[in-house]
Design a protein around this ligand. Structure first.
Ligand code: ZN
Length: 206
């Protein structure tokens, strides 16, 4: 039961945009308070919303092992909820992490323009650290091992290697790309209707 209550639930805002992931425990508390509704899909990909009472009926009808027992009732763990209350907009800032840099650059080496799997990618400081370059969105790019080795600790002009795109903080939320969510512990198939396509499918213009 503890594990089920820790299951991840996708949270949509009132415009049905993904805003975060919460635990099933938190989702149930929002449902009981009437602050959210369950979003449920059927086999024909129709979407239905349920308040806690109608979700109880669905839970009984479709029991398949994902059931949480309360003192007197049983509820199926939802995969998605939609908020009914006005919520704050998602945080604009994307956290600077290795994986988020890879996601921002679409797993494309910013020097040779080729696509690589994560294990063949490095982070490269455009202005090397020993020349005062910062570890920031503006100075770090995704680079393949070969380009990274070639550039070493040279300035772009010294190495004649310039990033394809000037690095900057992403304006989107890389967390909500499919690739990132699939790396998570639990990815529910129905989530994919609400999340951005993988950045791998976004073409890059030089
Ligand atoms: Zn490269």
């Amino acid at each position: 039961m503890v594990a089920l209550l820790d299951r991840q639930v996708l949270v949509l805002n009132r415009l049905w945009q993904p805003v975060h992931i919460c635990s099933a425990r938190r989702a149930f508390s929002l449902l009981f308070l009437g602050h959210a509704q369950v979003v449920h899909t059927d086999e024909e990909r129709n979407f239905f919303t349920h308040d806690i009472d109608s979700w109880l009926k669905v839970s009984i009808a479709e029991a398949n092992g994902e059931i949480v027992h309360t003192v007197s009732r049983r509820f199926r763990v939802p995969a998605i909820i939609v908020l009914r209350i006005f919520d704050r907009l998602p945080r604009k800032e994307v956290k600077f992490t290795r994986n988020n840099v890879f996601a921002r650059d679409g797993h494309i080496c910013q020097y040779c323009g080729q696509h690589f799997e994560i294990r063949h990618l490095n982070l490269d400081h455009v202005i090397p650290r020993d020349k005062g370059g910062k570890t920031s969105w503006e100075n770090v790019v995704c680079s393949c091992v070969r380009c990274n080795t070639r550039k070493a600790n040279k300035l772009p002009a010294e190495a004649n290697m310039f990033p394809i795109r000037a690095p900057k903080p992403p304006s989107w939320r890389p967390f909500f790309t499919r690739a990132n969510l699939e790396n998570g512990r639990h990815f529910h198939e129905s989530w994919r209707y609400f999340i951005e396509p993988s950045s791998e499918h976004v073409s890059v213009s030089n």
